[in-house]
Design a protein around this ligand. Sequence first.
Ligand SMILES: Cc1cc2nc3c(=O)[nH]c(=O)nc-3n(C[C@H](O)[C@H](O)[C@H](O)COP(=O)(O)OP(=O)(O)OC[C@H]3O[C@@H](n4cnc5c(N)ncnc54)[C@H](O)[C@@H]3O)c2cc1C
Length: 400
Amino acid sequence: MPLSEFQHKRPIVVVGGGMTGASFALAAAGPDHPVMVVEAIAPGGAGGGFDARSTALSWGTRRIFEALGVWDDLGAAPCPIKRIEVSDQGHLGGVSFDHREQGLEALGYVVENHALGSALQERIAASEQIQMLAPANVISARPVPAGMELTIRQGDDELEITAALTVLADGGKSSIAGQLGIGRRMKSYQQYALAGNIALEKPHRNIAYERFTKHGPLAVLPLPALDGVHRASLVWTLPEPLARENLELAEDDLLPRLQRDFGPGMGRVTAIGGRGCFPLRLSRASEQARPGLVLLGNAAHTLHPVAGQGFNLALRDCTALAGIVREAADRREWPGDMAVLQRYLDQQEFDQEKTILFTDLLVSLFSGNATAKALFRRLGLLALDLFPPMRQSFVKNAVG
Ligand SMILES: Cc1cc2nc3c(=O)[nH]c(=O)nc-3n(C[C@H](O)[C@H](O)[C@H](O)COP(=O)(O)OP(=O)(O)OC[C@H]3O[C@@H](n4cnc5c(N)ncnc54)[C@H](O)[C@@H]3O)c2cc1C
């Protein structure tokens, strides 16, 4: 669609085409409200929102991706989680959850971010209602009566566009939100996540492991085998100095450390691939909406990965906002009108608060080795094992 025609159709511009921005664009685009996605990294390029990590997708996320047609495109990339085993380093036993007790085909799925990125980008490329501008950067945003006037830089060119609704999905360091004076409330967990893929000696049998170690939680999530190699995705929470040390350590020196923290549960870890290190914090934008502007994904709230909730929550936000924007179009309302955006905020407030609280509680309970905390943790695991209602409620929060 030529830009002049696009500009006349009350366009939505999404800043950032990572997992959140790309998903929102697919959920929201329609004949009456075309969407432009501006992404700093070229499709298939390194970095940006689709790095070497993997993401655990909840059952609810599967349903959303099915509705968007993305699930079929993912083919065999998502690995089902049939069982979750939770254990505490230095103590016998633990608690486990099985997909059969929930009556679900799987408790969730694990997909590599680059596979999800390719599926989302191919769907966007096939859509007539979405325009992708990449690599390109939104360099400034100014509020105007019709929405936001955005300046986009692509190579040596600069382009001005007025968006009826601007969606900031540009990550936890959103520079545009900063320019507009939107601050962030931060709580640092004083931890880093060391993330990467590992090779296992034995098949993982679709089991996800969550182990609480003296440094913090360690998660091993099943991935599809590749060329006969049994693979899993590792998220290892560590204090910053140790995370940095482990990031640089030679594989032969690192594997025994990992095995010591993980224990014998999943067998021998035989290799570790490219690693990344991520600071862990709970960070929330001080405002999620203004006339003509909404923040989504990491730009709105960045969560600790312990419960695998960050993207799943972002996707529920995307679907809710897309539904409200479509409904507004049917009612001939302006998509950036604050009354429209307030409906989105009201609809998602409870889900966001509940998910953030659940994640934050897990982090504080399951990090550290102080005697009182360790005892509380043991009691918590025991209660999850013994009391069906508590167990049900925990699994419901975890699988979304
Ligand atoms: C170790 C780890 C493990 C995790 N595991 C899980 C999990 O298992 N399950 C789960 O649900 N969540 C998980 N998460 C959370 C999940 O990764 C995030 O929710 C997700 O990455 C959010 O994506 P996003 O698109 O909002 O932001 P980002 O991934 O930061 O993407 C922002 C995009 O915006 C682009 N951009 C930025 N500024 C501009 C600009 N001015 N102009 C144009 N483009 C711009 C960037 O290039 C980038 O592509 C995990 C997080 C971590 C750290």
